[in-house]
Ligand binder design. Sequence first.
Ligand code: SF4
Ligand code: SF4
Length: 398
Amino acid sequence: MSFENVAIEKCPSYDYEVVKEALDKVLADIDALDFVKPGMRIGIKTNLVAAMAPDKSVTTHPVLLKRLCEKLLEMGASVVIGDSPGGLYTPMFLQNVYKTCGLETMVKELDPTGEKLKLNDDYSIHNGEFLDAVSIKTFIYTGWLDNVDAIINFSKLKTHAMMGMSCAVKNMFGTIPGATKPEYHMRFPEEHAFANIMVDLNEFFKPKLYVVDAVDGMEGNGPTAGEKRHIGAVLASAKPYALDMVCAELIGMGYADVATLIVANERGLGPKDFSEVTVVGSCPVSEIKVADFKRATIHQSITFEGKGIQGALTSAVLKLAYTTKPQVKVKECIGCRKCADTCPAKAITMVDGGKNKIPQIDRSKCIKCFCCQEFCPKGAMKVHYNLLGRFANRINHV
Ligand code: SF4
Ligand code: SF4
């Protein structure tokens, strides 16, 4: 694979035959699947930001995913498709997302047995440590990504109110469990630091390949509240920052408009100008470019700090609202003490709860890793949100 190259091909619609021709070409342009070997387990980190139908242009289109899966299965690999949208990272929540986004039907059609192709059903949460990170040296992430041999990032080209653009690099924020995302927004409210999280995640997980659904994108107030806009392309590359530079050019944006491009360049990882990228494919970017693509009307950092008494009050309320914490539902607790035994911070003590012992959490020690929730066999340890946090968690940020 040529690591400098970004491939682009026209793809005028989501008709299967059209998609097949375009995706096959764009992958062949850079020998993108050369790394795939028989028996490999490939994880496709797609964009499933919200339970919305494919024609809303919010999530990666299932027909594109279908063609990629077909190719991987033909090469003897097995495939698992996953993401963590905003909201709870639980089977019930995700199954609704899979169904609404058109993936359940697609996967059943391709592999009715589920032996070689499936939607992620591993909801474990793992601890990550990345000493080279700029923003997040330790973090928690969705554990299914540890059980694959290689990751393919399949994103959707959209505007983004905070980052300017949501595409290949931003898509990796979906490796953070949904309930934890608002906490990262709270800890890193300024766009530069937040963009560094995206770059940290790309450098930590290092997907082997990035593919972009730019057939229909989203303009205006993306990533979920904008309008569908036809672009008519698919793109692929092993280099996420070069790929995002080409995607930005495609929708009339540049380096200065996209926070993740600025940060990647500062870290010596990405280009500063479209002219630095080698683009391959059957037609030049200028032939597909949508120069009047509408940008987000709100492009700003999410700030939790305010001026004066009113600002301080607003800041305090927002911080409170976005804070999540583990909380035991006493009625469902059987006193097994698995939460206490697995708590890495030793923040849980079992205390008398009437019919059995129940966990008591020392909030000053709790690091909010949510291992207690993960390991509770009865689902008695819940993620607790304040009222505004519950509402905010529905407004997704990928
Ligand atoms: S969330 Fe807090 S109480 Fe639960 S396991 Fe982690 S540190 Fe312990
Ligand atoms: S793991 Fe769950 S059921 Fe067991 S003690 Fe903790 S909260 Fe109760």
